[in-house]
Design a protein around this ligand. Structure first.
Ligand SMILES: NC(=O)c1ccc[n+]([C@@H]2O[C@H](COP(=O)([O-])OP(=O)(O)OC[C@H]3O[C@@H](n4cnc5c(N)ncnc54)[C@H](OP(=O)(O)O)[C@@H]3O)[C@@H](O)[C@H]2O)c1
Length: 319
């Protein structure tokens, strides 16, 4: 079969389409003929050997996909590696049925972004009914990206007041159309200042933080009393720095979120899927796709993500 191979852990230029043997189906797995692949920041990190647990090269790229099972059923799924190929063997409890009204590309843009965003709100305590008169506020970094746009759609449904950062006014305009109330172009404005001014010094209940370095400390300074920084990435490549004074000042905390760790936990994923699938059937969630690339142009897609030029999800057409 045809597969997108990471031939060495030296970045996107080492990606190549090659003929490889079909995967063996282990117990607990189902075979899927892949139609489309969702590109994640983690895929980019993997090409550089920077994603935790990356096996030695060569390996098949890709962690998120949609496709068809031998029974004819359409599925979307999540795996660690080996999704960007004609066929992938996927763990049964990480496959979900594709909503009838969604294309293969939309389905491939769903699992990672929406589960991560939903679990972010869940970890921040915002999926529970809130006290009368209580309005939650959240700050979403990279709000125009894959997880960011999913967080805006879900935040809207949960009735949350959202602040979101991006490097581009054009991207922010698109996310505002999705329901983001306060867009912050961080090239022009300091998000810490904006949050402080707009909330009259109170801050936000949660920050969805995926940049690392100084941004963790800055995000802590954006918190309201008992607020939480949900740390789910380090796109800057720098280790998160803490600001303990800011933590003490507001009784704030930093909480990690890693979908890879949570995904096998049925008791966490099942309620999340119940809520997400209900919203999908009510046509309230629509994966945001910036661009679709044929597999032959995968390197271009990876580099677009590397340069932060993507809006929403980049999808690879495979089948
Ligand atoms: N923990 C988990 O389980 C989990 C799950 C999914 C994703 N993640 C993490 O969440 C983050 C977003 O992932 P994604 O796949 O949805 O990507 P994405 O947000 O679609 O793309 C990355 C965006 O981040 C912004 N950015 C800011 N600084 C950047 C930098 N130094 N390099 C590249 N981009 C930068 C860019 O938007 P602007 O130019 O608009 O700022 C860019 O478009 C990543 O850090 C990823 O590792 C974690």
């Amino acid at each position: 079969m045809k597969a997108l191979m990471i031939t060495s852990l030296t970045g996107p230029d080492a990606l190549a389409i090659q003929e490889v043997p079909e995967p063996a189906q282990k117990s607990g797995q189902r075979m899927v003929r892949v139609k489309a692949g969702g590109l994640n920041f983690a895929d980019l990190m993997t090409t550089k050997g920077g994603y935790p647990g990356t096996p030695p090269a060569p390996l098949i790229a890709g962690r998120e996909f949609s496709g068809v099972e031998e029974t004819g059923g359409r599925v979307m799924g999540y795996t660690q590696w080996a999704a960007f190929a004609d066929k992938t063997a996927a763990t049964s409890n990480m496959l979900w049925p594709v909503p009838e009204h969604w294309s293969d590309e939309q389905a491939a843009a769903f699992p990672v972004n929406y589960f991560t965003a939903y679990l972010g709100y869940w970890q921040a305590g915002m999926t529970e009914p809130r006290a009368p008169g209580r309005q939650y506020r959240v700050l979403i970094h990279a709000v125009a990206g894959g997880v960011g746009t999913a967080a805006v759609q879900i935040g809207n449904l949960l009735g949350i007041d959202m602040y979101g950062t991006s490097s581009s006014d054009e991207k922010l305009a698109r996310v505002k159309a999705l329901g983001l109330q306060h867009g912050i172009n961080y090239k022009r404005n300091d998000y810490e200042e904006v949050v402080k001014n707009f909330t009259r010094g109170e801050g936000v209940d949660a920050v969805f933080e995926m940049l690392g370095g100084e941004h963790t400390a800055k995000s802590l300074r954006c918190l309201r009393d008992f607020g939480r920084v949900i740390q789910y990435g380090t796109a800057t490549g720098k280790s998160p720095k803490l600001d303990l004074r800011a933590m003490y000042a507001k009784s704030g905390s930093v909480q990690g979120l890693w979908l890879t760790y949570l995904a096998p936990k049925r008791e966490i994923m099942e309620p999340a899927w119940q809520q997400l699938s209900q919203w999908i059937s009510q046509r309230k969630l629509t994966p945001q796709i910036g661009q679709v690339f044929p597999l032959e142009r995968a390197v271009e897609a990876y580099k677009l993500l590397e340069d932060g030029k993507n809006y929403g999800k980049l999808v690879l057409k495979i089948g």
